[in-house]
Ligand binder design. Structure first.
Ligand SMILES: *Cc1c(COP(=O)(O)O)cnc(C)c1O
Length: 421
């Protein structure tokens, strides 16, 4: 459920008509709903009500400071994968002891930053990384909490570019080698083993891969405890999928996911962390865009819109689908026309959808790409020197620009021409 609905013949975000945002901020622009974000976060919290837990928002899905502040104020922890994300989480007011640091290539500078600023735990992804963190922490006189990310060799049955739990993926250490790695961790200075971490992929629409992975984690917990390690915390990752098509089967709900967790690891008495990103923010955002031209081609009609692959990369990168809807509510029963919806960027990959059915459109009409709140703005670039797409947050009948569109001056000022040229 989200808070983007037709009202009085037009699409609104909560109590704000999208036409108003387009008029005041311009297009393209991302629009997020506070009510949807709050609702989705609450569902995960409810799903883990039965135990001590922390829902860590995966910052990489949407790292706008206002979104992070909203999440943090609701009590969320943060899962970060870079020093930049760590800095954002801190700037949004999230204390270090609610920040988990994941990622396969943490640099010494990033690890130092997090140790100095406070950290809940590092999720270790390899032995070289573990040794580097140990040496750094010891040199700083610190003892840092760690979990080792295990790769359970489970097929997440999702897009290959976002599957992370198969043995051929670069993530984590093979679960079969976990005992060895934990033994080394326990012997290294500067590290304190607190738990186990697993994350098998993103946009999972089936609970079975979770069942398989979490069963392996439960078994490993017992084995490691037998070896004398204090496993008190399980970080079970993120990845629960969302419906990208309105008419499609709805993926499992957070409550069902919570039940899978309870069944698999509930008996272990561990504190549970999860790291949802997409499921919290995906359907809490739309990308609002305007038609520039309707171009009648040979056997195809192109809707050339002012959003492009640099603003929303998912279709070009993953072949992802986003429902495209007109901002003016279509008249019920009216005939649609078939359009290829494309952006102005000079790449054929700059195609959002082929043969999509929309009401007859004209230049100046507004459309919205649904489910664009996750992995949307964060992946945007200024390719073709198109200004970085701005972001707006709605709450009730108010809205605010939470990232402004840069002017050409702003953009040019970032470059400098050396004196010797
Ligand atoms: C990307 C990622 C997540 C979030 O995945 P979603 O599909 O957005 O829920 C969580 N944990 C880790 C380690 C990740 O890399």
């Amino acid at each position: 459920m989200d808070h983007f609905n037709y009202r009085d013949g037009a699409l609104w975000a909560e109590d704000v008509p999208l036409t108003r945002i387009a008029a005041e901020v311009g297009t393209p622009v991302y629009v997020y709903s506070t009510a949807t974000l709050t609702r989705h976060f609450g569902l995960f919290r409810q799903a883990l009500e039965w135990t001590d837990h922390l829902v860590c928002f995966a910052v990489k899905a949407n790292s706008n400071l206002a979104v992070l502040k909203l999440m943090g104020d609701l009590g969320a922890g943060m899962d970060v994968v870079s020093g930049g994300e760590y800095a954002r989480a801190k700037a949004a007011g999230v204390p270090g002891d609610r920040i988990v640091f994941s990622g396969v290539g943490k640099t010494l500078a990033e690890m130092r930053q997090a140790i100095e600023g406070g950290i809940r735990q590092f999720n270790i992804e390899s032995e070289p990384e573990m040794r580097a963190l140990s040496a750094l922490a010891a040199s700083m006189g610190a003892e840092v909490p760690i979990a080792v990310r295990v790769n359970p060799d489970v097929d997440a049955k999702t897009h290959e570019k976002i599957a992370t739990g198969k043995s051929e993926n670069k993530f984590g250490i093979p679960i079969a080698r976990a005992r060895e790695v934990y033994a080394e961790a326990a012997a290294l200075p500067g590290l304190k083993v607190v738990g186990i971490d697993v994350h098998i992929g993103s946009q999972l629409t089936d609970l079975d891969p979770y069942r398989q992975a979490y069963a392996k984690v439960a078994e490993l917990t017992q084995v490691l405890r037998g070896d004398g390690h204090a496993i008190t915390r399980l970080d079970l990752g993120g990845g629960l999928g969302i419906p990208y098509r309105r008419d499609n089967n709805v993926p499992p709900l957070p409550l069902e996911y919570g039940q899978v967790i309870r069944d698999a690891v509930g008996h272990l008495g561990c504190e549970i962390e999860i790291e949802p990103g997409r499921n919290i923010v995906g359907n809490a955002g739309v990308l609002l865009s305007q038609v520039i031209y309707v171009k009648e081609g040979e056997g195809r009609n192109f809707l050339i819109v002012d959003a492009a692959m640099n603003d929303l990369l998912r279709p070009a990168m993953y072949g992802a689908h986003h429902d495209i809807v007109p901002v003016v509510e279509p008249v019920a029963g009216s005939e649609g026309r078939s359009f290829d919806v494309v952006g102005p960027v000079c790449e054929s990959g700059d195609t959002f959808q082929k043969g999509t059915s929309l009401p007859d459109m004209a230049a100046g009409d507004l459309i919205a790409f649904r489910s664009a709140g996750a992995y949307g703005a964060v992946m945007a670039s200024e390719y073709n020197s198109r200004p970085l797409v701005p972001e707006v947050l709605v709450s009730g009948d108010q809205f605010a620009v939470i990232r402004a569109r840069p002017t050409y001056e702003d953009m040019l000022a970032r470059d400098s021409i050396p004196g010797w040229l």
